[in-house]
Ligand binder design. Structure first.
Ligand code: GDP
Length: 343
């Protein structure tokens, strides 16, 4: 009997740690079939749990999504974002805050869990991944929000065709209220052109449902390993100065460069940019690195915290046709986007 009690105690203790992955996991929301067959499947189980949950009734949705090439630190950053969220908001599965407030990063040596990160091989599935939990925010003026976090799989890897890329990119832009575009070192003209292409594709897919002039909400260009710090400082201020300069329309530019800039500016209601420092050698190259924050350069941690505070300072709900939408309504739109992207 004593052995049984000790055994049960061990189990309880080992499951009561702070590690978020013990309770929640990422879930596939949309899956794109590979090869000639371009079907997109919506995961019904996920839909039932995360969009039709009675606890979310009457909450407006906020969907934060990240897109960008494979192995550029997207999931790493999203996993720290999850820690930040668990420290600031209750969620569907956890009513208690974990490492509340300024202690949001947790123990210095705690391995990083959450979305699958640091995976050395290219992922087989392509599509949109949601964090399998929803954060609940009650604002001071009685606003009630449900916050979803979304990652993308298979974007810009060697296996993915341009058409598939555009579908994934467009669907995530259509579904999200904040789209984070994760890129390395610098903005390039071809990235701007790609963004135009993908947003045109998305506008086409949504044209039947959304008549808004600026169809997409917030775009955040996140530049990793910024090395032009002499000219533009790390963070949002430096980033916005850099981005404004890049998006400037000048007389000597070709018509094409000017029109890309006009198009991007007219597609999103707000565009911001953040310049991230290099996180340090351990994060960038050490194969044994488990994500613990003690090994991340201080500069990176400071700017990451600044970024998260900015993202959640003032929540804006997902708007479609000028109306803030709720979880079940978002699901209706997701279904129609999926239908229009099937061919
Ligand atoms: P994802 O495929 O874009 O989601 O990339 P991961 O989050 O899985 O990270 C891929 C690798 O990049 C990991 O080894 C991380 O430790 C590393 N990494 C994370 N953030 C950064 C960063 O800002 N700069 C650099 N150079 N490497 C990073």
């Amino acid at each position: 009997r004593l052995t049984l009690i000790i055994f049960s105690l061990i189990i309880v203790i080992s499951y009561s740690g702070n590690s978020i992955a013990q309770k929640q996991a990422p879930v596939q929301l949309l899956q794109l079939a590979t090869g000639n067959d371009s079907t997109i499947t919506l995961n019904e189980e996920v839909v039932k749990n995360l969009f039709l949950n009675s606890k979310l009734k009457d909450r407006k949705v906020v969907v934060l999504s990240i897109v960008g090439a494979f192995r550029k630190g997207k999931s790493f950053l999203m996993n720290y974002l999850l820690r930040y969220l668990y420290a600031h908001y209750p969620s569907l599965t956890s009513t208690e805050l974990i490492n509340e407030g300024d202690d949001w990063m947790g123990e210095p040596e705690e391995p990083l869990t959450g979305f699958d990160w640091k995976s050395g091989v290219e992922r087989v599935t392509k599509g949109l991944i949601l964090w399998g939990d929803v954060f609940l925010h009650d604002g001071p003026r009685n606003e009630k929000y449900a916050i979803y976090i979304m990652d993308t799989q298979g974007l810009f890897d060697t296996e993915t065709t341009t058409a598939e890329n555009s579908k994934i990119f467009s669907l995530s832009t259509l579904i999200s209220s904040i789209q984070i575009l994760n890129i390395f070192n610098l903005l390039h003209e071809d990235q701007l052109q790609y963004l135009q292409f993908a947003t045109e594709y998305a506008r086409f897919g949504s044209s039947a449902m959304d008549s808004d002039k600026t169809p997409f909400q917030d775009l955040l260009v996140l530049i990793r390993d910024w090395n032009g710090v002499d000219e533009y400082r790390y963070g949002l201020r430096g980033g916005n100065a850099y981005l404004n300069r890049f998006l400037e329309i000048k007389d000597h530019q070709s018509k094409e460069l000017q029109s890309v800039r006009r198009y991007i500016k007219s597609s999103f209601k707000n565009i911001n940019c953040v310049l991230m420092p290099y996180p340090g050698k351990t994060v960038a190259v050490d194969k044994r690195f488990d994500g613990r924050w003690i090994s991340i350069d201080d500069d990176f941690v400071t700017i990451m915290t600044e970024l998260f505070n900015h993202l959640f300072k003032e929540l804006k709900p997902k708007m479609i046709n000028g109306k803030a939408i709720k979880s079940d309504e978002l699901l209706v739109f997701i279904n129609s986007y999926v239908e229009s992207f099937k061919n």
